[in-house]
Design a binder for this molecule. Structure first.
Ligand SMILES: Nc1ncnc2c1ncn2[C@@H]1O[C@H](COP(=O)(O)OP(=O)(O)O)[C@@H](O)[C@H]1O
Ligand SMILES: [Mg+2]
Length: 325
């Protein structure tokens, strides 16, 4: 999925943020945020709740003024050339007011008329967008009958009425079931084939992994890691060994005798689980077994495994947070 990294013709940055700061009163929502997104790519802004994702999108979409730093979208400064920027962007949820009684097609036609496409132009555009998002048949039904995934796809279609160069999707699949999420993922992927640059925010590493060419991990209003999904996973996660001790009373003793780095060991008391990253898979496993035997501590399970995506994410956003917590 990440073969789209080559720079398309007319390349350059569709989005550029340098040292961007934004405060709400005393609260620093953005604290020196840097971001560069190549034209024609999907960029994931991945971070936990409160990281500053929505604030970033609102600054980029000219809905919110930043306090410091440089922000350019589609080659224009968001402060000095806000109108130029607005002409070139789309924002999912911007037209959140879908009319429940109208059909999907009628809703899209209405937005087209709103943007001065003319009756014929609006109809053609509506049909093209419905087809692109697999809503041609559904498009005749009233929106109130739509599933979550269909509705979000119609939102996407509506945000594309003006053929934006840059599209912002702020947590596009939050609240959807797995099926709806899959539908939206397919829709987002098809956008990039049409040349649109997409900035997508998400709390789900899996989502960024599936959709994004590059990911910026944000936490506390700044970027804490940046790279392709593959780069981030390999940087964040080493193989791990998990040890489940039989006797909960001997958990602390087991932590002491096991050959793991103190700062790297996660302990889950409820599950009697000790987990730590290892460098050399087989040698580490052998050392673990020997250490437990020497101390006479019985293990219910000792296993080597690859780090999960969630663990990689936790490590990137807060290295000291316990996975077990
Ligand atoms: N209007 C606001 N007034 C005060 N604080 C805000 C406001 N909007 C967001 N914040 C705070 O700014 C930080 C970043 O918020 P936000 O950009 O919404 O994060 P995210 O979208 O990643 O969850 C959070 O700590 C949030 O509580
Ligand atoms: Mg948000």
């Amino acid at each position: 999925m990440n073969e789209r990294n080559q720079m398309p013709t007319g390349g350059g940055d569709a989005i550029l943020m340098e040292g961007v700061g934004k405060r709400y009163g005393d609260k620093r929502a953005l604290d020196g945020l840097d971001l560069a997104v190549r034209r024609g790519t999907v960029h994931g802004l991945l971070g936990p709740n409160g990281a500053g994702k929505t604030t970033t999108v609102r600054v980029l979409a000219t809905l919110l003024r930043h306090d410091e730093g440089l922000v350019r979208v589609a080659g224009h400064d968001v402060r000095k050339e806000a109108a130029e920027v607005r002409r070139r962007i789309g924002l999912l949820g911007q037209h959140a007011a879908l009319d429940e009684e109208l059909s999907g097609r009628q809703n899209l036609e209405m937005f087209g008329r709103l943007f001065h496409l003319g009756a014929r132009g609006a109809g053609l555009r509506a049909d093209a967008l419905l087809e692109r998002f697999g809503l041609t048949d559904t498009g005749r039904k009233p929106v109130r009958q739509y599933s979550g995934g269909m509705r979000r796809r119609l939102d996407l279609a509506a945000s594309l009425i003006t053929e934006p160069e840059v599209l912002f999707l702020d947590e596009p699949t939050t609240g959807l079931d797995p099926r709806g999420r899959g539908e939206v993922w397919a829709a987002v992927r098809s956008l990039v084939d049409g040349g649109t640059t997409v900035l997508l925010t998400t709390q789900y590493l899996e989502e960024a992994d599936r959709l994004a060419d590059r990911i910026s991990v944000v936490d506390g209003g700044r970027v804490v890691a940046e790279g392709t999904p593959g780069e981030l996973k390999s940087r964040a996660g080493r193989d791990r060994v998990d040890v489940v001790v039989r006797d909960a009373d001997r958990l602390d003793e087991a932590v002491r005798v096991l050959p793991f780095g103190a700062g790297e060991t996660d302990v889950d008391r409820d599950r009697r689980l000790i987990s730590a990253p290892v460098r050399d898979r087989m040698a580490s496993l052998a050392e673990v077994v020997r250490a437990l035997e020497a101390a006479g501590i019985e293990a219910e399970d000792v296993a080597l495994r690859r780090p999960t995506l969630d663990e990689a994410f936790l490590r990137l956003t807060d290295g000291k947070r316990e996975v077990a917590a």
